[in-house]
Design a protein around this ligand. Sequence first.
Ligand code: SF4
Length: 64
Amino acid sequence: MAKTVVIDIEACSGCGTCAAIAEDCFALNEETEKAYLTDQSACSEDDIQEAMDTCPEEAISWQE
Ligand code: SF4
């Protein structure tokens, strides 16, 4: 089964790192200042993993 990316918006600090690393699948909601997933399939798993590993709040995870 495909893995799904989940963002814990409670934990997200809105730093924008994920959107900078994997800009095709993450974006920052400027009103809420929280990250959201735009299109998981637009990024490689490696890019998503890098964003996940770099997120300072560890707010991005895989849900299997
Ligand atoms: S890198 Fe993490 S804390 Fe920063 S905007 Fe993305 S999900 Fe939020």
